[in-house]
Design a protein around this ligand. Structure first.
Ligand code: C5P
Length: 233
């Protein structure tokens, strides 16, 4: 799959989301639908955005017992999205069940990627609350390798981790990376950020960009700038 910019549609309603997408009259962005919009509007919003011709990353981060996740993934695969995800901490057995559930009777399936450690979790919290004592970058790589062992297609990670993930799991293992900002932009609550051009240099396969596009006075221009910087178009 080619490298691309994924726009995070972090909106609370169908109306706001469609009004935002209506601005894009040329190239239709690859969009990310997260928990906020999915829980507000249900699967219909996914079908509606798909019918408008967008590719979709459904970011629901599943984490439960293998049987439950496998059955939930079977339901999600019928929505015909392009990428789904889950938490690698659910274990290899859970990831394998997810992959089986996601695979349609004809053998096709959406790509499946794993969250390793959330970027909101730091070393201190991981040690104190989760009782994980290895360095966090090793934990991230170990979880990425578990995802690879389970047969997944890639991970969500920081662009700063893309190189190491590719080294450990292979160049074909996808890195889907949030935490992207324009050089002069506001960081918001993202801590370790890169520009789209740096993300390209570091080897990200997809960048996930929210507020630099959704909160811009000219979202289409901001999206096109991301494409130019990330794809070198
Ligand atoms: O607005 P911003 O560009 O920060 O949006 C980034 C998107 O990526 C948000 O939807 C956020 O939930 C998601 N994300 C993230 N960091 C992670 C995983 C997902 O920022 N580790």
């Amino acid at each position: 799959m080619a490298r691309d910019v994924i726009v995070a549609c972090d909106f609370p309603t169908r109306e706001e989301t469609l009004a935002f997408l209506d601005k894009f009259t040329g190239r239709k962005p690859f969009v990310k639908i997260g928990m906020e919009l999915f829980y507000a509007e249900g699967p219909q919003i996914v079908r509606e955005i798909k019918a408008r011709g967008h590719r979709i990353f459904l970011d629901l981060k599943l984490h439960d017992i293998p049987n439950t996740v496998g059955r939930a993934m079977a339901v999600l695969s019928r929505l015909d999205v392009d990428i789904c995800n889950l938490h690698a901490s659910g274990t290899i057995a859970m990831m394998e069940a997810a992959l089986r559930g996601l695979t349609r009777p004809d053998g096709t399936r959406p790509l499946l990627i794993a969250v390793t450690q959330l970027t909101s979790t730091d070393q201190q919290r991981m040690e104190d609350e989760l009782m994980i004592h290895a360095p966090i970058d090793q934990v991230v790589l170990h979880y990425a390798q578990n995802a690879r062992t389970a047969g997944l297609d890639g991970v969500v990670c920081s662009p700063l981790e893309s190189g190491k993930v590719h080294e450990a799991c292979g160049e074909g293992f996808l890195t889907v990376t949030p935490g992207v900002r324009f050089a002069e932009g506001e960081k918001g609550d993202q801590k370790r950020v890169t520009t789209p051009a740096q993300a390209r240099e570091l080897g990200s396969d997809y960048i996930v960009v929210g507020r630099p596009i959704t909160a811009s006075p000219d979202p289409v221009a901001a999206y096109e700038r991301c494409l130019r910087e990330f794809l070198g178009e």
